[in-house]
Design a protein around this ligand. Structure first.
Ligand code: KDG
Ligand code: MG
Length: 422
């Protein structure tokens, strides 16, 4: 019998974008929040926060993108992404990509709300119930670090990033709290009118970190997943040596061992170590990492939906990564607002090649008041909400409490004054 299918009436959107606004500020962070309104009352939210350069994507949105959005159909997110990306002529770059990313998130939010579905349903549904996240442990010395890790283990985290003060290092370095005693959710204070300066010594670091890792494994065993961020500070040969020495501690990943501008440097590391490598938090397009992925020089891709241009390009990148055994490990530093973290939460729920999620924003009452949401975290797993859309809102009245506060990333110098990588 031949099945006869009735021609259904095509469902066409007649919705129009009527207005879009940008808000800058937040509790301890300059979140850049975009709200896109439509003539049918549905609105969408996006995050354009670019840490310590926040006013720039905000201006890009207000001066160049929002005027082109008015009157457009919010359902055509693909065409609008191409319109802005190709239309800019000067392609890529974190400022433009963060601005495109915020629009893209907001349009996906609108479409999922129209569908009455949580966003992950539009990607292909859920591949898992809870997505594993990692917390940031920090210690001015190893004893402090052990206390900090224990604090997260007690809270049920399955994975913890460990950053430790180095004996003899003249100042604290990336991810290391200067104050002694357990610090819950340590967040670097970037505020100030000029950058702070730190002193860095790769030799001292490379000598001490294996000793610290040894103590951590002695204390916590091998079941707990440990991660470590080198924060771009080693030369390729040093990174290869360091990776080889760290291999015995079975890290979940070693992050940014060397700056990724020179991607061939990763080949040297691969020749000397099988340690899993995570890279990509400073990348803003697939063109920054297609070679790393296709040549399988990394194990985890660390892009963020904000400055990698939004959900549309990141989802394509995740598919490319999946073809090459590269898993996701999206950037989730505290500078990301709960909006982009929600977008990543939906991608994490779907991605067949999900790895882990860095997560630091949930849980502060001020942040929850500004961005009410029904996503939950239990036992180190992020459970994405089943509300239609991104599952996060933005309270404009709360937003009135905050304004932009100037801040800078610190700069790092060697002891002789030579400028190094932060
Ligand atoms: O803006 C820079 C921070 O996001 C970065 O230093 C954080 O390396 C980082 C991480 O892994 O979270
Ligand atoms: Mg990092």
């Amino acid at each position: 019998m031949i099945a006869v299918r009735k021609q259904e009436e095509a469902v066409e959107s007649t919705m129009k974008i009527t207005k879009a606004e940008v808000f800058v500020g937040g509790p301890g962070k300059n979140y850049v929040t975009l709200k896109i309104m439509t003539d049918e009352g549905i609105y969408g939210l996006g995050d354009a926060t670019l840490n310590n350069r926040e006013t720039l994507p905000a201006a890009y949105l207000v001066d160049y993108l929002i005027p082109c959005l008015i009157g457009k159909d919010p359902c055509n997110s693909e065409d609008l992404w191409q319109y802005f990306y190709r239309g800019a002529y000067f392609r890529r770059g974190p400022i433009a990509m963060a601005a495109f990313g915020a629009i893209d998130m907001a349009l996906w939010d609108i479409k999922a709300k129209m569908a009455g579905m949580p966003l992950y349903q539009l990607f292909g549904g859920k591949s898992r119930d809870g997505a594993m996240v990692y917390a940031h442990a920090t210690g001015a010395d190893i004893d402090d670090l052990i206390d900090s890790v224990a604090n997260y283990v007690d809270k049920g985290y399955k994975a913890v990033r460990v950053q430790c003060g180095i004996p003899g290092m003249p100042s604290s370095s990336y991810g290391v709290s200067e104050t002694r005693g357990t610090v819950d959710n340590y967040i670097t204070d970037f505020s100030g009118s000029v950058p702070n300066e730190e002193i860095w010594d790769s030799e001292k670091y490379m000598r001490y970190m294996p000793e610290a890792m040894d103590k951590l494994r002695d204390t916590f065993g091998f079941e707990l997943k440990l991660l470590h961020d080198v924060h771009h500070r080693l030369l390729p040969r040093e990174a290869a040596q360091f990776a080889r020495e760290m291999e015995q501690y079975r890290l979940f990943w070693l992050e940014d061992p060397t700056p990724a501008e020179n991607q061939d440097a990763l080949r040297l590391l691969r020749q000397h170590s099988t340690i899993p490598i995570a890279i990509g938090e400073v990348f803003n397009s697939v063109w920054d990492c297609n070679k790393l992925i296709e040549d399988e020089l990394i194990d985890f891709i660390r892009v963020a939906v904000t400055y990698a241009g939004g959900i549309t390009p990141v989802k394509r990148l995740v598919d490319l990564a999946g073809m090459h055994n590269v898993r996701t490990g999206f950037h989730g530093a505290p500078s990301h607002s709960p909006i982009s973290m929600a977008a990543q939460g939906h991608l994490n729920a779907w991605a067949p090649n999900f790895g882990i999620q860095e997560y630091l924003v949930l849980g502060t009452p001020e942040c929850d008041a500004l961005f009410p949401s029904s996503h939950t975290m239990t036992d180190g797993l992020f459970h994405v909400s089943d509300e239609p859309g991104l599952g996060v809102d933005f309270d404009e009245n709360e937003a009135k409490r905050y304004s932009y506060v100037q801040g800078f990333h610190p700069v790092a110098r060697l002891e002789d004054g030579t400028l190094w990588n932060y």
